[in-house]
Design a protein around this ligand. Structure first.
Ligand SMILES: [Zn+2]
Length: 205
């Protein structure tokens, strides 16, 4: 008899449950701007690197920062040169705002999204969960955090069923599989394994 929760079978089920892009995605961390002041200018040394990490058009990020920081500047190679002395913490804050507005999915917290234009409206489409939203709708977005812990017990409501008939609960950005439950059940669940945004648990009461 195979153990339902042995590592290989868990991994197999996680891979089957997820589209390829999430299964292989590394955990997203907000890029830190490397800021230096040179004379009367401020330089973001790793600007193009940040752009690459968030996978957006450099000019889109550039225009946003110019508008938000109220300055002028130009991209030179990897660097963005800003006119005037701008504080590093302000720059970091605006980069985070950009990511929350134009990169992170407001439903699932994934950065695996695409920015599209429909007429004059920009739409953020999530490749992970399929959520779609216009970007100017100001929503306070949570960036995926690890708050679920293996071994701990959580009060969960089963809101869906998997193809295999396991109950599915949602918790923050996690999808939790709980065998032996059905839709509508309110159960105490001990978390046995967590892989990225997917977890497996068992009912303890
Ligand atoms: Zn999503």
């Amino acid at each position: 008899m195979t153990d339902l929760y042995d590592y290989d079978s868990l991994l197999k089920r996680v891979r089957e449950a997820l589209p390829e892009n999430i299964a292989t995605r590394e955990r997203f961390e907000i890029p830190q701007a490397e800021v230096i002041h040179e004379g009367k200018n401020t330089i973001i040394r790793n600007f193009m690197d940040i752009v690459k990490r968030v996978d957006r058009d450099p000019m889109h990020v550039y225009k946003y920062l110019m508008r938000e920081l109220g300055t002028a500047g130009n991209i030179q190679g990897q660097r963005l040169i800003l006119k005037g002395r701008v504080s590093p913490s302000l720059i970091q804050n605006r980069i985070e705002s950009y990511i929350k507005t134009y990169v992170i999915c407001y439903e699932c917290g994934s950065p695996d999204t695409e920015l599209r234009k429909e007429g004059r409206i920009e739409i953020l489409v999530c490749k992970a969960c399929g959520a779609i939203r216009p970007v100017h709708a100001k929503i306070d977005v949570k960036i995926g955090r690890t708050i679920l812990q293996e071994g701990k017990v959580y009060d969960l409501e089963i809101t869906d069923l998997s193809r295999d008939g396991d109950g599915i609960a949602k918790y923050d950005t996690y999808t939790i599989y709980v065998p032996g439950t059905k839709k509508g059940d309110k159960v105490k669940v001990q978390i046995l394994k967590i892989k990225k945004n997917v977890a497996f648990g068992r009912v303890v009461s």
